[in-house]
Design a binder for this molecule. Structure first.
Ligand SMILES: Cc1cc2nc3c(=O)[nH]c(=O)nc-3n(C[C@H](O)[C@H](O)[C@H](O)COP(=O)(O)OP(=O)(O)OC[C@H]3O[C@@H](n4cnc5c(N)ncnc54)[C@H](O)[C@@H]3O)c2cc1C
Length: 345
């Protein structure tokens, strides 16, 4: 356990009211682009498919989207609509702007609680960003996903650099850790919705809050994105999983199996959650559609199982996804007072 410069509150909710609201300029100390250029992989996969289906006589080998114009539709018309859809998905991946995901650190002197967010102004455009690190650290970290055509996120992805100045206002937000309890903790996120949970999970382990009365609690993170390299902080979470056998990281990658040999979860986060739930612990009538997922069993290599009667849940991401996540958890029988959530609009 490390010494904390942050006061140990019995309740993070009580602590929220005591924090001063601060506006100040902050200097950027670190910027990292987090996703990868996977265009060579995409080209390789498409050429491989064309070869395997003898379509390369007509179409290949291809070297980029100029060669792929119409390929997806033609493959579909030739009798393989699924392959046509996959080529369209890969073309989209090839053509997407780079980078899509960036993390940045800056140096203001702001007290905050793990999970809160700040208002950040850059080039006169203000937006909200969750704080992705633990309050024990002196700096603030944010993690931004580009919204193509958006006013601020493309600027942060393309232009933000060490030495730049931002204005930071905060902290804000009520998505903070619930009071200590003996229950397990389950974090459900899509995309950069994981940012507040990165701060909370770091804080839990740094302060020993992953234990209650000397007993370890299981800490789960289900994180959904399309591609492997869209997973923010994937290496940090894997490292934490290696170090702590009570931390279970379950990435749910909807599109990755098209591009690589990914054989982990590729279902929606709420379905992966059900696949990791202990069937015997579910007493609520959840309906046939959800039961199917529980019976299916996981594709991850996590052997622990969830008990809905014994867990505190946190959900974050874009609004519609958070709504589905919360609904699935409620159907499992988790009482509303054990569910905290925040949507990104
Ligand atoms: C409490 C809170 C915390 C947030 N934390 C983060 C964070 O940690 N990381 C992060 O990247 N963003 C976060 N956001 C979203 C962020 O504030 C901006 O909305 C986002 O970066 C887009 O800003 P923009 O100026 O580029 O787009 P805008 O010009 O504001 O918007 C363009 C359009 O995109 C929509 N949009 C906004 N966000 C998304 C999204 N994520 N996906 C798809 N469409 C979207 C908007 O509704 C709008 O219609 C958070 C929002 C809130 C309210």
């Amino acid at each position: 356990m490390v010494e904390t410069s942050v006061r140990e509150y019995v309740s993070q909710h009580d602590a929220m009211g005591e924090l001063p609201l601060i506006t100040q300029s902050a200097e950027v100390t670190d910027v990292e682009r987090m996703d990868e250029d996977r265009r060579p992989e995409v080209t390789g996969v498409i050429n491989h498919w064309l070869e395997a289906t003898d379509l390369d006589d007509d179409y290949g080998p291809v070297s980029g989207p100029d060669d792929w114009a119409g390929l997806s539709a033609q493959v579909a018309e030739a009798g393989d609509p699924e392959l046509g859809r996959q080529i369209a998905t890969l073309t989209e991946r090839y053509e997407r702007p780079k980078p899509m995901l960036v993390r940045a650190r800056f140096e203001p002197d702001i007290d905050f609680l793990a999970g809160q967010y700040v208002g950040l102004t850059y080039n006169d455009v203000p937006r909200a960003y969750s704080i992705a690190n633990s309050p024990i650290e002196d700096e603030l970290e944010i993690c931004v996903r580009r919204v193509p055509g958006g006013k601020l996120s493309p600027q942060l992805c393309d232009e933000l650099d060490v030495g730049d100045t931002l204005t930071v206002r905060g902290p804000y937000g009520e998505l903070v850790l619930q009071d200590r309890s003996p229950r397990d903790m389950v974090f459900l996120a899509t995309g950069t919705g994981v940012a507040p949970f990165k701060g909370m999970i770091d804080y839990l382990f740094e302060t020993g809050r992953d234990e209650f009365a000397g007993e370890k609690r299981d800490i789960w993170l289900f994180l959904g994105t399309a591609w492997l390299d869209d997973l923010p902080y994937r290496e940090a979470f894997r490292e934490r999983q290696r170090e702590h056998d009570n931390f279970h990281f379950v990435p749910c990658l909807s599109r990755e199996p098209i591009l690589s040999d990914w054989d982990g979860e590729s279902d929606y986060v709420q379905h992966a959650l059900l696949k990791h739930t202990d069937e015997r612990a579910v007493t609520a009538p959840i309906g046939k559609r959800l039961e199917r997922w529980i019976r299916e069993g996981p594709d991850s290599d996590v052997t622990a199982r969830l008990d809905p009667t014994n867990m505190d849940v946190y959900a974050c991401g874009i609004n519609a996804m958070v709504f589905s996540l919360v609904r699935a958890v409620e159907r499992l029988g988790v009482p509303p007072e054990r569910i905290e959530s925040e949507g990104f609009g």
